[in-house]
Design a protein. Sequence first.
Length: 331
Amino acid sequence: MNTITVEELQRTYAIEQRGFLGLHRPRTIEALRGVTFTVGSGELFGLVGPNGAGKTTIVRILSTLLLPTQGKATVLGYDVATDAKRIRRRIGILFGGERGLYGRVSAWQNLRYFANLYALPTSVSSRRIPEVLGLVGLEDRAGDRVDTFSRGMKQRLHIARCLLHEPEVLFLDEPTIGLDPTGAREIRDLVAKLRALGHTILLTTHYMHEADILCDRVGIINHGQLVELATPAELRLRVPDLYVIEIDILEPSPGQLDELRRLGGPDCALTVRDADGHQIVRMQSERGPALVGEIPNALGRNRVGLITLREPTLEDAYIRLVSGPAGAEAQ
């Protein structure tokens, strides 16, 4: 069952530019250009892409803060254009940054204020506030003023606010932006915990490592179009030529490099450096995994030391897909 459905979603903005002699010229910006995808129940779905690609526009439309120009989007079966009130009761929204909290009062008081905005009965908010503070690891700081919190703690309090009314779907727009490594890891651990609790999550991020370790599937957005949609593992397979093998040749001899080029194939890139009588050979070939087993047999096991293999990363795939032919078509 799909919790989120997006069909040929488009969003355009009409702006005026001041031209020559002060004349105003209308201009249309296409923020989204026919985006289609679905998010399954309980799935953690990631959207990645350059600045201005359309990620936040999608989140704003799905969270009913912005209407689409064309196309259709539903959340939990409700249309974002006609059923906004029903959707808002069942979703939580987090936008990156520190705005939206009140620094001169405590974390508990902040959550009490937002519980009132959600129209939660006192009996419910009295139960939920301690629960969400415990979930985000702030139960010991409930009575402290928020302006004494670190940026990471403020972001965790934002997430607590999103959870007060027990939403089924969470929209997390760049939740780790601007955080130090410790704070970012705490947020990633929290997101993984929320997924394990059964929430359906749509996450936007600039950090490929984050998308790789957290997301069930990743959609790459570029210039308002969906360039690719797959699991992180499937996306890494899109760039097999970026496998890198490093071979420590203990006893270099003539013809070894030619043999390695033959094994690597016609598109194999090969570099060599000397190291204390050894040769360190670096190969880049889409046959990487197979070569690990073939190289010792081809060169002689007693002549080969350590062989290391580096697989392509999600970042490798992202850069290729955004800047390569598929990304160019989106432009």
